[in-house]
Design a protein. Structure first.
Length: 144
């Protein structure tokens, strides 16, 4: 490990560097807390899947309309232009599929992922859902 000679820095430079380090530490703490929350959500979701609990709630979550989400109107409009109107349609896409949509950027991906996570849907699977599952979801949508 290389040591740095602080005697070459002025007092103002040292104070500025210390503030930068404090800010970086603050951001790392926030990131750590967010990761711990996400890990806990994943564990809970995995446990529900293992025990078979929450399947009905999962189907209800998949039937949620994009237009009723807490995503920005911009993100809602972008996914809607390619025919994605429900959560189950988003789940069938990969991150890369979504990034290929015109005007769908990193911020939109963060919004989509956050919305799905809040619904209890852990990830984008990138494979079409079985037709019987889609039928059940469509029945839930029509019942609303």
């Amino acid at each position: 490990m290389e040591l740095f000679d602080f005697s070459q820095l002025s007092r103002e430079e040292l104070i500025a560097d210390i503030e930068k380090l404090r800010l970086q530490n603050y951001h790392l703490q926030l990131l750590k807390e967010q990761l711990e929350i996400e890990i806990e959500k994943l564990i809970c979701s995995f446990q529900r899947a293992q025990t078979g609990e929450g399947i009905e709630a999962y189907f209800v979550a998949l039937a949620c309309a994009v237009k009723n989400s807490d995503m920005s109107v911009r993100t809602q409009n972008v996914v809607s232009t390619v025919g994605i109107d429900y959560a189950y349609q988003l789940v069938e896409k990969t991150d890369q599929d979504l990034k290929r949509i015109r005007n769908f950027g990193p911020a939109s991906l963060v919004e989509v992922t956050a919305w799905l996570t809040n619904l209890g849907i852990v990830h984008l699977c990138g494979t079409p859902l079985p037709s019987d599952v889609k039928l059940m979801i469509c029945a839930l949508i029509e019942a609303e």
